[in-house]
Design a binder for this molecule. Sequence first.
Ligand SMILES: Cc1cc2nc3c(=O)[nH]c(=O)nc-3n(C[C@H](O)[C@H](O)[C@H](O)COP(=O)(O)OP(=O)(O)OC[C@H]3O[C@@H](n4cnc5c(N)ncnc54)[C@H](O)[C@@H]3O)c2cc1C
Length: 270
Amino acid sequence: MIRVHQIALPLDHPPVALPAAVAKRLKLPVEALGELQLFRRSVDARHKDAIELVYSVDVAVADEAAVLGKLRRDHQVVATPEPLQRPSIPAPEGFASGERLRPVVVGAGPCGYFAALFLAQQGYRPLLLERGKPVKQRTADTFGFWKGRLPFNPASNAQFGEGGAGTFSDGKLYSGVKESKRHGRWVLEELVESGANPEILVLNKPHIGTFKLVGVVRQLRERITALGGEVRFEHHVTGIELAAGSRQLQAVLLADGSRIATDAAVVAVG
Ligand SMILES: Cc1cc2nc3c(=O)[nH]c(=O)nc-3n(C[C@H](O)[C@H](O)[C@H](O)COP(=O)(O)OP(=O)(O)OC[C@H]3O[C@@H](n4cnc5c(N)ncnc54)[C@H](O)[C@@H]3O)c2cc1C
C-alpha cells in the first residue's frame, strides 16, 4: 500500500473528488487505484472563506515500487508503515483454572480499565476493585447532587466511580504525546470495539462525544467480564500487604477490613 498525505479538498467536495485527487497526485489514471482506505481526516480552517478537508489515505496500486520511485521527491507519498503489532504476554497455566491468584487492578478509570482489558485478553482473569459505583448509578448520584436532590457521595461523583475522572466530559481523544509504538491506535480500536464511533480512527482530533462515554465504559466492563475478568464496585482499597521481610505483594487491603490475596496489582487510582 502507498500512503498519500495532504490531499486537500473543499469542505463540500463530492465523494469522487478524493480518488481523482489521489490519482492525480500519483500521476496515475483513477482506474489504476485499488480501494482507498482513509487513514486520517482533518480540517484546515485557516482561511474562513475556503475551509478544506485534508486527507491521508492508503491505496493499493499495481507496481508500488515504481510509483514510489517516480515520486521519491514528494515526501507526502510514502510506503504505508506496517500496522502496530500488539504486545502479547499470554497467561501461563494456572490462571484459567484458578490455581494461580488473579492479578488485581485498583480503579476503574481509563488506566485501570485498559490494564484490566489487556490482562483479560491475555487470559489472566483480572479482578478489578473500584471504590465507586457502576456508571449508571454514578450518573444518577452525580446529577442528583448537582441538581440538589441528593447529598454529596464521596465515592460516587464527578471524580470517583466507574469510568474515572473524565466520564462526564466530551471525551477528547488526542494528546501531544508522541509515542513511537503507536499504542494510542490500540486504545482507539478498543474504544470502537466498545461502541465508539469508528470515525475516531481517522479524525485528526477525535472526540467520543458528550455522554457517549457512559455507554462505552459499560461495554468495556462487559468485555472484560466476558473474557473472565471481574469488576467489584464499592470496594475501597486502603493498602497493600507485603510478605514478612520481603517486597513480595501478598494482598490488597480494603476499607471494610477485609483482604484479597494476590501477588500482582496495578494501582490506577488517578
Ligand atoms: C471534567 C474532566 C474532563 C476531562 N476531559 C478529558 C478529555 O476530554 N480527554 C482526556 O483525555 N482527558 C480528560 N480528562 C482527564 C482524564 O479524565 C484523566 O486523565 C483520566 O481520567 C485519568 O485516568 P486514570 O485511570 O489514571 O484515573 P481516574 O480517571 O481518576 O480513575 C481512577 C479511578 O480509581 C478509583 N479509585 C480511586 N481511589 C481508589 C481506591 N482507593 N480504591 C478503589 N478505587 C479507587 C476512582 O473512583 C476512579 O474511578 C478530564 C478530566 C476531568 C475531571
